[in-house]
Design a binder for this molecule. Structure first.
Ligand SMILES: [Ca+2]
Length: 120
């Protein structure tokens, strides 16, 4: 462990992790895997309501950064349904500050800080 290792919990390989604070800090939530109809497993939580970070605090509308350590693209949605603003995090990618999450439809950004309710 390096001198700064205790500052943040690292996201396991092949997992998607939401962090309560920017720059992958604060408590973490590991998105569970679901099995698709074709048998493929993917990280997906359709509704963060009732889900909790590692410290027990609510995860819904609280994530501020995200790491995607899977091979698949991840979609972050503002609402539990796929409505609202959204962002896409490529496989192996991350967003250190969800206030400036990439907007897939434009070259700009969207503010998903403390607004994410779905990650699939
Ligand atoms: Ca937050």
């Amino acid at each position: 462990m390096g001198p700064t290792a205790s500052a943040a919990t690292s996201c396991p390989s092949d997992e998607v992790c939401l962090y309560k604070d920017i720059n992958f800090s604060g408590p973490m939530y590991v998105v569970p895997k679901i099995t698709l109809s074709n048998g493929v497993k993917t990280s997906c939580v359709n509704d963060l309501a009732g889900k909790r970070f590692s410290d027990g605090t609510p995860a819904d509308n609280q994530a501020s950064s995200v790491k995607n350590n899977t091979d698949s693209a991840l979609i972050l949605n503002q609402h539990a349904e796929t409505a609202g603003i959204y962002s896409v995090v490529s496989g192996g990618g991350s967003v250190a500050d969800l206030r400036v999450a990439p907007a897939p439809a434009t070259s700009g950004t969207v503010d998903l800080n403390d607004r994410v309710s779905r990650a699939c």
